[in-house]
Design a protein around this ligand. Structure first.
Ligand code: PMP
Length: 325
């Protein structure tokens, strides 16, 4: 039995029980470990789906170029799809993303353009603007736009959601995920709430991001926006993939709490995962400690792998320089 290409190996990731970090919590806390995907992140699922939907819609032609703004993980998924299907790739990243993510994308044949992070999304230097401009200037190019492309949430509605429902035999009561484009949390939440409307969905946000305040007040408050370090979650825009109706509550997690929890996941659970995994687990456990009952089952998504953060949160000198160790 074999796959014709590595992209066919995307999905069917395991659920793993959290033990040490979840000590004292009533109920069962499970992690959906997405680094088992071939690109080592949850974003493989939606990257391939965006390309396949674009092919069906005639938006990308043989020999074309895929251009995307990415924090790194979507780029990896798109690069694998591009290799399988014969496209070129150009990725536009902000300079806050780890060096490892740039190197990984170059390793799989992509061209990488790095832009400053501390400019407004509408600024021509922002990675959103540069990706759009390159798309306009490059013939036969396709700009997936993971933020507003609903193939993103659809991939999770069709794969991640049903996997979690089957793996928990319908016993899941709480679903928790960090929110970036919103594709993961909302695609899964929509599917799970259709199976059981009582399932509670918890979104993890960062300080410096607009989501929590928007959910609670309906106000897009620019004062909520300031630089933060956690990679992959929190936004200064409202992506179309975020459906606030299927997220019951947002909790914000600090960069430090996320980093420290990520290191605990590696050392105490053997889960060598990325920084936003610590955000998701820290925030979800804060909620679970107060609200989970004996028979409850919480599933938390762990989006990516620890190798991408070796120069930052897994580096003791870097941690000390932040005052976090
Ligand atoms: N964590 C990491 C490391 C990511 O790269 C992303 C994607 N931006 C997320 C979490 C959030 O996932 P989503 O975009 O589906 O909300």
């Amino acid at each position: 039995m074999y796959f014709n290409h590595v992209i066919e190996a995307v999905g069917q990731t395991p659920l793993v029980k959290l033990n040490s970090v979840a000590a004292g919590i009533k109920g069962t806390v499970l992690a959906k470990v997405e680094y088992f995907n071939p690109g080592n992140s949850v974003k493989d699922r939606m990257a391939i789906r965006m390309i396949e939907d674009a092919e069906k819609a005639g938006l990308i032609k043989p020999g074309g170029t895929i251009i995307e703004g990415t924090s790194g993980n979507t780029g990896m998924g798109l690069a694998l799809a591009a290799i399988a299907k014969g496209y070129k790739t150009i990725f536009v990243m902000s300079d806050k993303q780890s060096k490892e993510k740039q190197d990984i994308l170059r390793a799989v044949g992509a061209q990488v353009v790095v832009c400053p992070v501390d400019v407004a999304p509408e600024d021509p230097r922002s990675y959103y603007s540069v990706a759009k401009r390159l798309n306009q200037e490059t013939p036969n190019s396709f700009y997936p736009n993971q933020y507003d492309n609903l193939s993103n949430a659809a991939a999770h509605y069709d794969t991640t959601g049903p996997e979690i429902w089957q793996q928990t035999e319908g016993k899941i009561t709480h679903w928790a995920a960090g929110v970036g484009t919103g594709g993961t949390i909302c695609g899964v939440s929509k599917y799970l709430k259709e199976q059981n409307p009582n399932i509670f969905t918890l979104g993890l946000d960062t300080y410096g991001s607009v989501f929590k305040k928007y959910k609670e007040t309906g106000i897009f408050d620019k004062d909520e926006i300031y630089p933060y370090k956690t990679e992959g979650i929190g936004e200064d825009i409202l992506p179309k993939n975020v459906d606030f109706d299927v997220i019951d509550l947002f909790i914000k997690v600090t960069d430090k709490d996320a980093a420290v929890m990520t290191r605990r996941l590696a050392k105490e659970e053997g889960l060598f995962v990325g920084w936003s995994c610590g955000s998701a687990v820290f925030g979800a456990l804060e909620y679970a400690r107060e609200h989970l009952k004996e028979d409850d089952t919480m599933v938390i998504v762990l989006p990516d792998h620890g190798t991408r953060y070796l120069g930052k949160i897994y580096n003791d000198d870097w941690m000390r320089a932040q005052g976090w160790l």
